[in-house]
Structures are given as C-alpha cells and as structure tokens.
Design a protein around this ligand. Structure first.
Ligand code: GLN
Length: 552
C-alpha cells in the first residue's frame, strides 16, 4: 500500500489537546493492525526545545537518538508504545537551517532559493523520510500552533502540496474548541466555523473536526458544523473533556473515529482493537489504594499559575507505575526554594509516602533539594532522584555521611574542595566555546546493572529489555557526572553503585544501603515509561511508597 498521511491542525486556541489527539489517533490505528508513526512540526525558530526554559515550553523530551524535543513527542511514544527519533521532530529553525546549509553546499544547482517552494519542499522531504524505507504505513503529523497564525503557514502549505499530489493518501483533522460561555449556557460553533474557513484560505479542507468542548457535541451542532464547514455530519467527532487522558482512544473508538479515518484513506481494519489498552484503562479506574507522592522542583510557576507540564513524563510515569499496581497516586508539587527560606517546612515530607527529585539545572533551590535528600535518607522516606536528583543525593551523602564538608557539584561551585559531581571532560570545552545547543550527553547509553542491587531486581522483575550481560539502555541529558575519584570513599560509607556505563565507567545508578528505597539515576527513566510497559524503577519506587503508606 502507498504510505498514508494524517495532518492534525488546531483551530480557535492552543492547549485543547492536539498532541493527545494525535497520539490517540495513533493508538487506535495501531490497534487496528497498522504500523503508525507520529511527527511534530513546531513553528518556533529554535532548532530544538533544548535551549528553552521548561516554564516557557514545558518539559524537554529526549528521544533515544538524543533529540531534545517537544513534550508531545513523549505523549506519542507513550500512546504508540514506540521509540521515535530525530526524524519525527522538526521546527522552523531546523527547516531553515537545513535549507541554508543546502544552499551553501550548492544543493540547489545555482537556483534562486525561495521561501516557497523550497521551505515547504524541505518539510515534505522530512515527512516522507520519516516513513520511507521504514515499516511505518501511516504517519500522523501534528502541526503546532493554531490556524490563522503567521508562524505555521509554511507547514500548512507543505500539507496542502502533499494533498494536491496524492489526494487519496492525505487526510486532515481539525482539532477545534467549542466554548460554552457560562452566561449563555449554549455550545457555540462559530469560532470553529471561522477556523475552518481560515484553513480553507490555506487551500485545505478538513475531513474531520474533532470537537473539543466541556461536553459532548449534540446533533444540532453536528449539523451546523457539517453545513458551515463542509464536512459529513458523522465526521464531526465529539471529544469532551476527560479526567484521564488515557480514556481518549477509547472515547474516539466510541465514535468509530479510527474506522472513519481508515475509510477516507481507502483502508480496512486488520484486527480487533484496543484490547490491551482497555485493560490498562480499567486498571487505572479500579486503582484505589491511596499513596502520596511529592515532586520537588522549581519549574512549576508561570505568572500566577502553577504548571506541572515541566515534569509531564515524571508525572505520567508515576501514574502508570501506580495504576498498574492498584495504587491511586496523589501528587503534590513542592517548591525547592521554600525549603531554603523555611527549613521547618521539611517536616511536611513525613506526610508523604515517596519523594521524587527530578532533573534540573543551576543553583536556584539546590540547597533546598539537598536538604530534602537528607531528610528522606534520615527518615527512611522513599526517595527517587532523576539525573540532578541523583547528583543531589550523592552530594548530600558525601557531605553528611562521608563528612566531606562543602562537597558539591562543579555546576554550582567550581571551587568546591570536594567536587563529588564534576563536569565531563568533553563538556568542559563545549561550555568554553558557548556550544550550548544539543551538546549535552544526550540520548540512549548503556548501563550495566550490578547483580544483587535493588535496581537490578527491579529490571529483572519487569518486561523491560535487558541483555544477557545485564545491560539496559536508558536516555540521558546531562553535562555533569559522579566523580570517580570519590567513588571508593562513597562506597565505603555505604553508597552502592548499582549501574555503570561500561564504555566510560560512568556511574549510572546509585542506591543507599539500609534504606527502603533511595535510588538515583544519572539517566531519565521517565522517558521510557509506557502504559503497556511501566518503567521498572518507577514501579519499585511506587511499591516502596505503598509499603510506607500501609505501615503508617
Ligand atoms: N544539571 C545537571 C547536569 O547537567 C543535571 C541535568 C538534568 O537533570 N537533566 O548534569
């Protein structure tokens, strides 16, 4: 069969769940027996998401081949249960960079290089490359932003050109928002009509309108959208708000959305669908055992609002690991700075069943995080440190157990007498040359698990891939690492090195002896959690938290 393309574009406003819609379309088509991949086209000029502050743009997700990209890529991986790569992600910056490099390399044979057609052509060649020569049969491409914006016009132009060339292989889904103004009390279709017309002005006709709203859409509104947006009434798909995002593929299926898309593409379902997914959703619904998990960070606040998007993969990993073991997690956001100004606040940690210190950068809040690690170690509260959280646990252990006063990471204090966390040699020259973008130790690297450790047991009791010589692959994003000069001293005091990168002898996992669960990873296990394959260390952490809850 020819490769098929589904474009997902947004109307009316942002944050209506285009990413989850894209991911959910992937889930349902995959469950019908098709090999599906998903792409994100982001309109911003940054080459990738790596240089952006998480409060600007949410989490920076990392693919196994080391691309720093939009958090939606994490949703795609979780919903599709597939690893994606650099090929699945593009930004305006990346496209322009490629076009300019090609021009410099005489790839355009002396032609005048123009925004149109050369930029959309570069976009099209990337979309095609993501499926060409691969097993993927269907690519779902989410175009970031909203129709009517100047920024994403060239992506829409590329989509229009693809439709023109292969009309039977390309389908458009407009994800729109239908407000129900409180004072009016009625669902309004007019903004969506405008969005649809705006899309028409780009030469694109939506095949489906995904009607995001507080409530399901009724027949009257379906008819209105059909008339004014030129779609079949049955192709106005109801997409009301949900409590749990993992319900969305199931809801789409209640509307026969998958079947309708396949019909438009001239395809038929190949197998019975969503069996395992439905099992997962019902596990999530029936999970009742309460646990309280604290997440200590500093990327929560944006203006007067608190945004948990910066830690989305951590949050989803907790939920997945909890639900699949019958626990219903209650998560609280703890601001690391507050423990610095008000150390008495640390006592609140006793109310929790487990604490996560996720990845981070820079000095703000670091002493607060170090005191959290100390409190959790001394009070035997399950502690899970992810990247920075692992480095912090090591610093705390060095200071307070090994008595290395003022031990620190070179990231914060390059003059520390005990640099227990130091910069990796190749990173030093990168920083000196201000080579910041895409230059950390990124993506998947090997970690050899040490037999007899808690981490080893966690991976062994899971369906996570693990090689005969006990090697797992996990994703990284860091410049600093445990300083091997201090390893022996740390180990003597009771720190266990539970995983090591065999090529470079880098510490990948640490554990604290005689503690119910105090584990830190240099890698980011949160990027590898899938509803149908919970991450083993998250599972073990939740199990420890559950034990603490039932014994308290
Ligand atoms: N700032 C630390 C480093 O660069 C940790 C990075 C992270 O948590 N992702 O090594």
């Amino acid at each position: 069969m020819s490769k098929k393309y589904i474009f997902v574009v947004g109307g009316v406003m942002s944050s209506v769940g285009k990413g989850i819609a894209t991911a959910s379309i992937g889930t349902i088509l995959k469950s019908k027996g098709f090999r599906v991949t998903a792409l994100k086209a982001d309109p911003y000029v940054n080459v990738d998401a790596g240089t952006m502050n998480p409060t600007e743009h949410g989490e920076v997700f990392v693919t196994k081949d080391g691309d720093e990209c939009d958090q939606d890529m994490g949703n795609y991986e979780r919903f599709l249960g597939e690893d994606l790569t650099k090929m699945n992600y593009m930004t305006t910056g990346r496209i322009y960079q490629a076009v300019i490099n090609q021009e410099r390399n005489l790839k355009y044979d002396g032609k005048c290089v123009q925004v149109v057609p050369h930029v959309p052509e570069e976009i099209i060649s990337r979309i095609n490359a993501s499926v060409k020569g691969t097993k993927s049969e269907i690519a779902i491409i989410e175009i970031g932003g909203t129709v009517g914006e100047y920024e994403n016009l060239l992506f829409l132009e590329a989509a229009r050109m693809m439709k023109l060339k292969n009309p039977k292989d390309v389908v458009f889904v407009l994800v729109s928002y239908l407000p129900i103004p409180a004072k009016v009390g009625e669902m309004k279709t007019k903004p969506t009509q405008h969005a649809s017309r705006e899309l028409n002005s780009c030469g694109i006709q939506a095949d489906f309108i995904l009607c995001r709203a507080e409530n399901p859409i009724d027949e009257r509104r379906r008819e209105k959208l059909a008339t004014f947006c030129s779609i079949d009434p049955e192709n106005a798909i109801s997409a009301p708000d949900v409590d749990c995002i993992y319900d969305i593929p199931v809801n789409f299926e209640n509307e026969h959305f998958g079947q309708k898309i396949l019909k438009k593409l001239g395809l038929r379902p190949r197998q019975k669908d969503l069996v395992e997914w439905r099992q997962f959703v019902s596990l999530a619904k029936s999970a009742k055992k309460e646990i309280n998990i604290g997440i200590v960070g500093k990327y929560f606040e944006t203006g007067n609002y608190v945004l948990s998007d910066s830690y989305i993969s951590v949050i989803e990993s907790v939920k997945i690991a909890a639900w699949t073991q019958g626990f219903s997690p209650k998560m609280v956001w703890l601001s690391s700075d507050e423990y610095e100004t008000n150390p008495a606040k640390l006592k609140e940690l006793s109310q929790l069943d487990g604490v996560i210190v996720p990845g981070g950068f820079g000095s703000r809040g670091i002493e607060g995080k170090i005191s959290v690690a100390k409190y959790c170690r001394e009070n035997k509260i399950p502690y899970f440190g992810l990247c920075y959280g692992m480095q912090i646990a090591t610093i705390e252990f060095a200071r307070n157990v090994c008595k290395l006063k003022d031990a620190h990471t070179e990231e914060i204090n390059p003059e520390t007498p005990y640099p227990v966390i130091h910069i990796m040699p190749e990173q030093k020259s990168k920083l000196r040359h201000k080579d910041y973008g895409g230059s950390m130790r990124l993506g998947e690297y090997a970690c050899q698990l040490q037999k007899g450790t808690k981490a080893d047991a966690a991976y062994r009791n899971s369906n996570f891939p693990i090689s005969d010589d006990n090697i797992i692959l996990e994703r990284h994003r860091h410049r600093y690492e445990v300083n091997n000069d201090y390893r022996e001293q740390l180990e003597k005091c009771g720190l266990v090195v539970a995983g090591v990168n065999p090529e470079r002898d880098l510490v990948e996992i640490i554990e604290i002896k005689d503690h119910p669960f105090m584990i830190g990873t240099q890698f980011h296990p949160e990027f590898d959690s899938r509803p149908l394959r919970p991450q083993p260390l998250f599972k073990a952490f939740i199990k420890a938290a559950g034990k603490r809850h039932s014994s308290s």
